[in-house]
Design a protein around this ligand. Sequence first.
Ligand SMILES: *[C@@H]1O[C@H](CO)[C@@H](O)[C@H](O)[C@H]1NC(C)=O
Ligand SMILES: *[C@@H]1O[C@H](CO)[C@@H](O)[C@H](O)[C@H]1NC(C)=O
Ligand SMILES: *[C@@H]1O[C@H](CO)[C@@H](O)[C@H](O)[C@H]1NC(C)=O
Ligand SMILES: *[C@@H]1O[C@H](CO)[C@@H](O)[C@H](O)[C@H]1NC(C)=O
Ligand SMILES: *[C@@H]1O[C@H](CO)[C@@H](O)[C@H](O)[C@H]1NC(C)=O
Ligand SMILES: *[C@@H]1O[C@H](CO)[C@@H](O)[C@H](O)[C@H]1NC(C)=O
Ligand SMILES: *[C@@H]1O[C@H](CO)[C@@H](O)[C@H](O)[C@H]1NC(C)=O
Length: 240
Amino acid sequence: MGVMKKHFQLALLLFYLLCLQLAGFCNCVGGSICREVERKALVDFKNGLEDPNGRLSSWIGLECCSWTGVHCHNYTGHVIRLDLRHNGGIRYLGGEIRPSLLVLNHLRYLDLSDNLFKNIRIPTFLGSLASLQYLNLSLNGFIGRVPHQLGNLSRLQYLDLSGNYLHMVGSHWLTNLSSLQCLNLTGVNLSETKNVFKSLNTFPLISEIKLSRCALHVPLSLGAEINFTNLRFLVLGHSG
Ligand SMILES: *[C@@H]1O[C@H](CO)[C@@H](O)[C@H](O)[C@H]1NC(C)=O
Ligand SMILES: *[C@@H]1O[C@H](CO)[C@@H](O)[C@H](O)[C@H]1NC(C)=O
Ligand SMILES: *[C@@H]1O[C@H](CO)[C@@H](O)[C@H](O)[C@H]1NC(C)=O
Ligand SMILES: *[C@@H]1O[C@H](CO)[C@@H](O)[C@H](O)[C@H]1NC(C)=O
Ligand SMILES: *[C@@H]1O[C@H](CO)[C@@H](O)[C@H](O)[C@H]1NC(C)=O
Ligand SMILES: *[C@@H]1O[C@H](CO)[C@@H](O)[C@H](O)[C@H]1NC(C)=O
Ligand SMILES: *[C@@H]1O[C@H](CO)[C@@H](O)[C@H](O)[C@H]1NC(C)=O
């Protein structure tokens, strides 16, 4: 009887320790999975933004994984998506994009499209978000040169820089984006970008490319220069 009781107590203790372990690992028991360093980084990022209509008013408290536009990994609690696309109404975001974003080093998806990021350059540090698979900065008012540092995003599958006031100098860095499937450079001034088709030709997985209104010199020999195997469409022209 005594032995049984001891075994039972031991089992109970082990169970208790297991629970503590789980709670410490991902706070499954408490329900909160947000990581404190990432929460603080998000708060700092928010403090750089202009948000006159309170789009990010839910960004308070400890559970950052339930804040508007923030998505965390279910098991690790790391922030993996930041979806701040403007979805109608007057609730636009603008202002400064702070490097505190770099703390979110598991970020795979960043969408800041269709907001009011006007007359600022694309921050070069975005090129250090090494896990990014999706980057959408379209339909803002970004100015200046497309930073070569974006060439470090070797996992990037979607890159949309359309609808800004950007230009590109040199296309060599593009060849680093070996996972790219969809590239939209509509309206990006490519007149000083030599060999753009040669660079594009190096993407093994590319299926969509948009280069409308890019002030691009399209060589007559285009058909001979490109031979993408997965390409579904390539838009050049002046529309779209
Ligand atoms: C995470 O949880 C959400 C909601 O419970 C669910 O929709 C999603 O599929 C889960 N994701 C993974 C990777 O398990
Ligand atoms: C980027 O965002 C815009 C709207 O905000 C959307 O229309 C477009 O499809 C997105 N681009 C990609 C590649 O998903
Ligand atoms: C990013 O790319 C630039 C060149 O465009 C390079 O100088 C820099 O060291 C790279 N940074 C990282 C973190 O790889
Ligand atoms: C290309 O990627 C490598 C790492 O994969 C990096 O060291 C290099 O700086 C990148 N080049 C450019 C031009 O971004
Ligand atoms: C840019 O082009 C891609 C590929 O065709 C498309 O999915 C996306 O919607 C376009 N972006 C905008 C803002 O229209
Ligand atoms: C593109 O850039 C070139 C060189 O800076 C400039 O001369 C040209 O006017 C620009 N084109 C457009 C459509 O903005
Ligand atoms: C595609 O074009 C490049 C450069 O023009 C060439 O080196 C390569 O062999 C071509 N690949 C195929 C499969 O034709």
